[in-house]
Design a protein around this ligand. Structure first.
Ligand code: HEC
Length: 268
């Protein structure tokens, strides 16, 4: 990954150099070289070598963050709500780089990405936040990666929604379900069946707003631990290692008793 990225950067710089040399030939080589210094910088500004982690983080209040996520859901839906609940506060408390982060762009995470029912936007948003703040595992600190693994497992196993906002839009108690999956389709589907409420109902919407709030709450607890130097990876599910294929944990739920074995690498 890292060397791939370096190659991309090098290609970008090479292209800039080529454009300069094609136009000016040898005559302008000196000027081109001088110019080239500037090009290197502008290539870096595109995000090649300037990516630095961790981003500044100050500890946040999990309950206050969850309240923000709950309300934001009604504006930008699950994924962007979770992102904004953290980055919105850090924009106020810290400033850069949060003040230029386009959190609203992540509205597309709604409905498991534009309604396709794949990963629920709440864990997707949380994992974007953790990996932006701490950085990707290829950058050294793998805590963001481990927090993402933990969020996936926690989300799958939690009786959702966990968090109840101070002034919920729906005053009746909402039924709780365990998804056993990070998939929007499965998570929402099991809840809709248990609650007997359609996708467009106010109850289903409030349930998803509370799921976003619950996830933001958990995320901030984990980030605060990391900030205190207390974070220890706890996720136990690692499908690639344990099963030889990317997957969630409950193989039987989809393969109903007949779980296929993936082709395994030849033993050396
Ligand atoms: C969310 C549903 C779901 C879950 C959970 C799931 N799978 Fe699958 N899996 C599928 C579907 C759908 C396919 C593609 C159709 C097929 O081949 O059965 C597939 C394909 C596969 C394949 C490749 C195709 C084949 O038949 O060999 C393997 C291997 C596999 N799954 C193993 C697993 C293992 C192991 C687990 C648990 C760690 C798991 N799956 C969990 C839905 C699921």
């Amino acid at each position: 990954m890292e060397s791939h990225k370096k190659q991309e950067c090098a290609a970008e710089i090479d292209q800039s150099r080529r454009k300069l040399l094609v136009g000016g030939g040898v005559l302008a080589a000196g000027a081109a070289l001088a110019h080239f210094g500037g090009m290197v910088n502008s290539a870096h500004a595109l995000g090649c070598a300037t990516e630095k982690w961790p981003w500044p983080y100050v500890k946040l209040d999990p309950a206050a963050t969850a309240e923000i996520a709950y309300n934001e859901w009604y504006r930008v839906f699950c994924g962007a709500a979770v992102i904004n609940s953290v980055f919105g506060q850090l924009r106020e408390k810290v400033g850069a780089p949060y003040d230029t982060f386009p959190a609203d762009a992540f509205v597309f995470l709604e409905g498991g990405q534009v309604g396709w029912g794949t990963i629920c936007g709440s864990p997707a948003g949380a994992n974007i936040v953790a990996n932006c703040i701490i950085g990707p595992r290829i950058a050294g600190d793998a805590a963001g990666h481990h927090i993402a693994e933990e969020i996936m497992q926690w989300y799958s196993e939690a009786s959702m929604p966990v968090f109840t906002p101070k002034s919920p839009r729906i005053s009746d108690e909402l039924i709780k379900t365990t998804a056993d999956s990070p998939l929007c389709h499965v998570s929402v589907g099991k809840w809709m069946k248990a609650a007997n409420k359609p996708i467009g109902s106010a109850e289903r919407k409030d349930r998803c707003a509370r799921v976003a709030a619950s996830t933001a709450y958990r995320l901030v607890e984990l980030l605060n631990d990391w900030k205190d130097g207390k974070y220890k990876p706890k996720a136990t599910h690692a499908a690639v290692r344990d099963f030889g294929i990317t997957a969630q944990m409950n193989c039987m739920e989809c393969h109903s008793g007949n779980v296929p074995t993936p082709p395994m690498a030849a033993k050396k």
